[in-house]
Structures are given as C-alpha cells and as structure tokens.
Design a protein around this ligand. Sequence first.
Ligand code: ADP
Ligand code: ADP
Length: 230
Amino acid sequence: MITFENITKTYGGKTHVQALKGISLTINDGEIFGIIGKSGAGKSTLVRCINMLEKPTSGKVIIDDKELTAMSDSQLRAERKNIGMIFQHFNLLSSRTVFDNIAFPLELIGASKEVIASKVESLLELVGLTDRQYNYPSQLSGGQKQRVGIARALASDPKILLCDEATSALDPQTTQSILELLKDINKRLGITIVIITHEMAVIKAICDRVAVIEGGVIKEQGRVIDIFAS
Ligand code: ADP
Ligand code: ADP
C-alpha cells in the first residue's frame, strides 16, 4: 500500500512554485490507480514523490509500513528497486540494443550473465519483442520502444510500476495495445500500477480508482465508474 499524508512540494529558486499543496491519498496493493489533471497540475511531481526522485517539502510517504520520507539516501536506493518507472519519451539508451537496455538495471545490481540472460529472455517474451532483441531503439516504432521501457522497468521485479504519461507520445491504436499490456502485467504479476495522464480515455480504459488533481490539490477521488459516470 502506498500512503501520502499531507504532502507538499515547493520548488526553490526564483520561481518558488508550490507544486503540491497538501496531498493525502492511499493506493492499494494490486490496483491500477490513475492521476489525471491538466499540464502543470502537479502530476509529475506527485508521481516522483512516490519513488522520492523528488523529495516532498513536508508530509509523509509510506509504502508497506516503511516511511520513505524518513530514510537515508542509501536506504532509498535499496527501496527504489521495488519501484519501476516508464516515461513519455521512453528514455532508452540509444547505443544499446533492446536486450542490453533491458539488461541494464540487472547489470547495475551485479546480476550474473546467466541470471541476466534468462531474466531478459522472459521479459522479452512478456512484452512480445523476442524477435527484436538485437535491434537498436532507432529501429523500433514508438509502441515497441515503450515495450522495451516496460520490460526494463520490470527487470528488478518491482512491486509498483509508475507510468508518467507513458502513452502520450503514441497514436490511439498503439496506446490501446500498451494499455492492454499494462493490464495483463497487473493481472499476471500482481503489480500495483500508478498512471498519470491528461487523457480521460486512458483512465477509463484501465484504472480502478482515480484522483483528479488541479493546482496541486486533489479535487476529487474515487472509483472511475463513480467519478466518470455518464
Ligand atoms: P504536471 O505533471 O501535471 O504537468 P508538474 O508536476 O510537472 O505538473 O508541475 C507542477 C508545477 O511545478 C508547475 O507549475 C511546474 O512549472 C512546476 N515545476 C515542476 N518541476 C519543477 C522544477 N524542477 N523546478 C521548478 N518548478 C517546477
Ligand atoms: P508506428 O505506427 O508504431 O510508429 P512505424 O511506422 O514506426 O509504426 O513502424 C512500423 C513497423 O516498422 C514496426 O514494426 C517497426 O518495428 C518497423 N520499423 C520502423 N522503423 C524501422 C527501422 N528503422 N528499422 C527497422 N524496422 C523499423
């Protein structure tokens, strides 16, 4: 379970923007939770507070009884292995093949060649890219690049997958197939998925519950079928 207790985030510097103004929410294990709002609403800041890529100015982030906001940087590094993330522009390494992109996080934790080979093979199968493993990112379509991003995010067996506008650079048909894949991963692996988007259709397609964020505040939250009824 992911719990936010009264999270605020103020960016320093000249701008001094208060991006989050007291966010409290709970995301249950195994659910697909959506966070929707316009550009600048604070979605990206919010999702980055889950893995502490951004540190909240005040408030608590608690995951499974562990308070991330009270942890040292080295404790956080260990905790982040439980949290995968995918991005709008995929963030793949262009000089590495599909196989080597997926292997990268495993190399970082010092996994053996044998472990890496079998793990990457099963991830390639999961995302349907076995026949593309020797290609470079520039040789892939957008949807295929995001499949690589998903496989890489899953390499360390996370319990949580964060998706930051993960389908916003894709056409509607490709978006549909990526959402199907995320749904499948949620069902098969039991991973909690948090999706941030500005698109209602994405939320309606796969989320169980949703929070609507505006100006750093949650305006509404609840089950998708209740909030977007009619
Ligand atoms: P969203 O993801 O909904 O577009 P963001 O979380 O990116 O919203 O941004 C929320 C607010 O915080 C915006 O006003 C944005 O300009 C500001 N902001 C985001 N990141 C930074 C940063 N690194 N430094 C200063 N201001 C930032
Ligand atoms: P999309 O609509 O998904 O962006 P593309 O037109 O980019 O589709 O690609 C269509 C197909 O052609 C995909 O299966 C993709 O893998 C393949 N493809 C695209 N560009 C290249 C390339 N430079 N080298 C090899 N295959 C490519």
